[in-house]
Design a protein around this ligand. Structure first.
Ligand code: FEO
Length: 170
């Protein structure tokens, strides 16, 4: 028997992960419009990963016979007035998602829902990686982004990122 609060939070996380995909697509569009196709690629791959996260929450709920309710997606809201502000929004968003995952973990822990805690372990590790990546993006841009040649090389580097399915299989 699943706790009602944990179930609600799991279901809400699906929307947050799809929203993350939507937000990163907006970032990718920003960079496509600016001609920075490497950055656009990086955020497009990021969006694909977020869709995978949403699908993992759906699968986990369904594996446990919990009904999934898909809610409306909000319009992506972020300060996209400059390249750096977009990149910084990425870190702020990941910190928001980390707090959200932690809140589900805390609720699961409170009712001794060890199964959900174990499921979330992967996401806790993943969030640490996501925050590290986002911080690295800011550092790299601050170091090299102001210089045209530096930005060219940075963009080329980010264009190398390829999509890989998540290591967690349910
Ligand atoms: Fe699915 Fe980037 O958090």
């Amino acid at each position: 028997m699943f706790d009602a609060k944990v179930t609600k939070l799991l279901n809400e996380q699906i929307n947050k992960e799809f929203y993350s995909a939507y937000l990163y697509l907006a970032f990718a569009n920003h960079f496509t419009d600016a001609g920075l196709i490497g950055y656009a690629n990086w955020y497009t791959v990021q969006a694909q990963e977020e869709r995978d996260h949403a699908m993992l929450f759906i699968k986990y709920m369904q594996n446990n016979d919990l009904p999934v309710t898909l809610e409306a997606l909000a319009k992506p809201e972020a300060d996209m007035s400059s390249h750096l502000s977009v990149i910084k929004e990425g870190l702020a968003h990941e910190q928001f998602v980390t707090a959200s995952i932690n809140a589900i973990y805390e609720a699961a822990q409170g009712v001794k829902d060890f199964r959900t805690m174990q499921f979330l372990d992967w996401f806790i590790k993943e969030q640490a990686e996501e925050e590290t990546n986002a911080t690295e993006q800011i550092r790299k841009y601050e170091l090299f982004g102001a210089d045209a040649q530096g930005l060219f090389l940075l963009d080329k580097d980010l264009g190398m990122r390829t999509y890989a399915p998540p290591s967690l299989v349910l």
